[in-house]
Design a protein around this ligand. Structure first.
Ligand SMILES: Nc1ncnc2c1ncn2[C@@H]1O[C@H](COP(=O)(O)OP(=O)(O)OP(=O)(O)O)[C@@H](O)[C@H]1O
Ligand SMILES: [Mg+2]
Length: 371
């Protein structure tokens, strides 16, 4: 599966633009602000029906314009696919596959798998547990629609339970039966979500560790542990034991909404112990493990979007990464860099065919293909 042609109208800093790509490695070179990341974002958008960077759709329309269009021509299992996304400000966005509009965007997600590796990923290490749950959820939901559905229902039940706890506190009453209704839902859904997360992390760990040692080229030991209160016993009992506390703090203090991933380097938290390059290696390895995971389940090689991935890496690590992604088990790749020299020298050294696109000055959309 690969993207043959991308057409944009009024997407972020692009007016009208059309670019044809190589099925393997495509490099976008340009200065800060030229629009390299925006191109990756457009490609991400066509697969995931949303921007990786800005969840507010109307802000992705070019300033002073009313709409944007992103179109992609793909080759998928030897068949041509045209994917169209159109957004008019204040209107519902339209997504079409071969001119036929989707009723639900979720029907499209998964058709053209994609993995983005971006500087924003460092929120996985630096921010709270919410980011790490989002990571697990977004990967698992890409291939497991029931998981997403269970998660939405779990969160709804949680909101209702918390609302009851608040009401009881304010009115100085308590009805165990009313709480029980929500507990029953939390238990069934929470246990299913928990077991999917267990499976996902178990499969991810060895692949992740393998990538880490390949990129770092040394024996730094990294670990990833799924941390969940549901390991401590039956969810039913855990909820029961926490009810007194929940009543006082007026929300549900136990459950899969408290899950986390513990990320370590040599047994210490990567957030504190890792250098910037080590943290970045950690994230790239994690995302590449995600790539393998999606590939295995979908049977397709996801499109890999590498945004500014070489920043903070020493020469060896840059080389390792390029060598890795040039291997056959990766498919089409898009790489951005501000330095043409760094990237080209490396690609030539390893002797990998690639297409290079120079993106000139912000806003003006001149793209030169220099193979
Ligand atoms: N809705 C929009 N309309 C017009 N321009 C926009 C819009 N949103 C973002 N931009 C512009 O896009 C540019 C940023 O593009 P992008 O992030 O792709 O740059 P980049 O080439 O990746 O730069 P860097 O090397 O710094 O990462 C900025 O100049 C910004 O003003
Ligand atoms: Mg950028």
């Amino acid at each position: 599966m690969y993207l043959q042609k991308l057409s944009l109208i009024n997407f972020k800093n692009y007016g009208q633009t059309e670019i044809s790509f190589s099925p393997k490695i495509n490099c976008f070179i340009g200065q800060n602000g030229a629009g390299k990341t925006n191109l990756l974002d457009a490609i991400y958008y066509l697969s995931m029906c949303k921007s990786y960077l800005n969840p507010i759709d109307s802000q992705n329309v070019k300033y002073d314009e009313e709409f944007f269009v992103i179109q992609g021509d793909y080759l998928l299992k030897d068949k041509h696919e045209n994917i169209y996304c159109g957004l008019k400000k204040n209107k519902k966005k339209q997504f079409k596959r071969n001119k036929k509009e989707y009723q639900k965007l979720s029907d499209h997600i998964g058709l053209l798998p994609v993995v983005m590796i971006s500087p924003l990923d460092n929120s996985l290490i630096l921010e709270g547990s919410d980011e790490r749950r989002k990571f697990m959820d977004s990967v698992i939901s890409q291939y497991n629609k029931e998981y997403l559905d269970n998660l939405i229902r779990y969160n709804r039940a949680l909101v209702q339970r918390n609302k009851l706890l608040k009401d009881f506190y304010q009115t100085r009453t308590f009805e165990a039966d009313s709480i029980d209704i929500w507990d029953e839902q939390l238990i069934v859904l929470g246990e299913k979500i928990h077991s999917e997360r267990v499976k996902f992390v178990e499969e991810l760990i060895p692949v992740f560790q393998d990538y880490y040692s390949r990129i770092s080229g040394n024996n730094e030991k990294v670990q990833l542990v799924y941390d969940s209160q549901l390991y401590e016993g039956e969810f039913r009992n855990i909820l029961k034991n926490a009810i007194e506390k929940d009543r006082i703090v007026q929300h549900t203090t136990v459950g899969i909404h408290k899950d986390d991933l513990i990320l370590t380097l040599e047994k210490y938290p990567i957030k504190k112990a890792g250098s910037q390059g080590q943290q970045k290696t950690y994230l790239v390895s994690l995302k590449m493990a995600q790539f393998n995971f999606i590939k295995q389940i979908s049977g397709l090689k996801p499109i890999l979007l590498l945004d500014d991935v070489f920043d903070k890496f020493d020469r060896n690590r840059v080389r390792q990464i390029i060598e890795l992604v040039a291997e056959n088990h990766f498919g089409q790749i898009f790489i951005t860099d501000t330095s043409q020299d760094r990237l080209e020298t490396m690609l030539k050294e390893i002797n990998i065919p690639h297409s290079l696109f120079t993106i000139e000055s912000e806003g003006s959309i001149k793209i030169n293909k220099a193979d």
